[in-house]
Design a protein around this ligand. Structure first.
Ligand SMILES: [Zn+2]
Length: 270
């Protein structure tokens, strides 16, 4: 293989590694922002549950003071009823007292409702507070993790960039220019060619002559279709064909009953 091809293959590996690392580095702040947003959601839930609890408490106090007002009215009407002159006046006062008592009953129902709801609210608040606590801890962990990963990625990127520069310096200018153009256009600039005679970059069958030339790995060849630089990858060496000695084969055939070719004189068992 030519040294240009070797260097370009290494360069492409480094370039894809660099692209992956850059994508990760770019994605990390977004990931952190997502965590922050989730945490802000938990905070808002806690605030809402706390505010709802306070509103309920204020409503309960208001209802209690309204009950006191109604009770004061009732005792005032009772006092007045002792001094009334007519039955009509008395009936009117009794009517007022009934009305106030009905109000008190309604207010007491409302207080009961609030107390029942408050139990549910307390549970909700406990739950969202626990969520917030867990979220805060997770947030710190994830942010620290993101910081460390970013630092590690940056370090690796610096190392890869140095290697990349070395490789680029070793490749001929024309080859490098072609590489850069195709890389920009197609994300990969090289394509392996296997026994199926296709460009693995675009899956188009190569012309027989191009395939023959590619097999040598001695030329700078590009795919007619996608323009990727071609390099040939020979098939892996085939494992040794099983050559079992005759005697064991015969013995195996005798026991397994497989349709082995019987040696002369022997009869294949059923
Ligand atoms: Zn191609």
């Amino acid at each position: 293989m030519t040294s240009d091809l070797q260097n370009l293959i290494a360069l492409q590996q480094i370039d894809s590694h660099i692209a992956a690392l850059r994508a990760e580095v770019a994605a990390l702040p977004k990931h952190v922002a997502e965590i922050e947003a989730k945490l802000a959601g938990s905070k808002a839930k806690v605030e809402a549950a706390t505010a709802a609890g306070k509103a309920d408490e204020a409503a309960r106090r208001k209802h209690e003071s309204d009950i006191q007002d109604q009770q004061q009215k009732i005792s005032k009407y009772r006092d007045q009823s002792l001094n009334v002159k007519t039955n009509d006046e008395y009936r009117a006062l009794m009517h007022e007292i009934q009305f106030a008592e009905a109000n008190i009953a309604k207010l007491e129902d409302k207080i009961l409702e609030i107390m029942v709801a408050a139990d549910v609210r307390k549970e909700t608040l406990k739950k969202v507070e626990a969520e917030l606590k867990a979220g805060t801890a997770e947030n710190e962990r994830e942010k620290e993790d993101a910081r460390q990963r970013t630092a590690a990625d940056e370090k690796e990127l610096a190392e890869l960039t140095a290697k990349r520069n070395e490789l680029r310096a070793a490749v001929s200018e024309d080859a490098l220019r072609h590489y850069d153009r195709v890389l920009q256009l197609r994300k990969t600039a090289l394509a392996a060619v296997y026994e199926n005679q296709m460009c693995s970059g675009c899956s188009v069958l190569l012309r027989p002559q191009v395939f023959q030339e590619a097999m040598t790995n001695q030329q700078f060849l590009t795919c007619d279709t996608c323009k990727r630089i071609l390099y040939y990858v020979p098939p892996p060496p085939k494992p040794e064909v099983e050559k079992t000695p005759k005697a064991p084969v015969a013995a195996e055939a005798a026991t397994s009953g497989e349709d082995e070719m019987p040696s002369s004189g022997e009869v294949a068992p059923q």
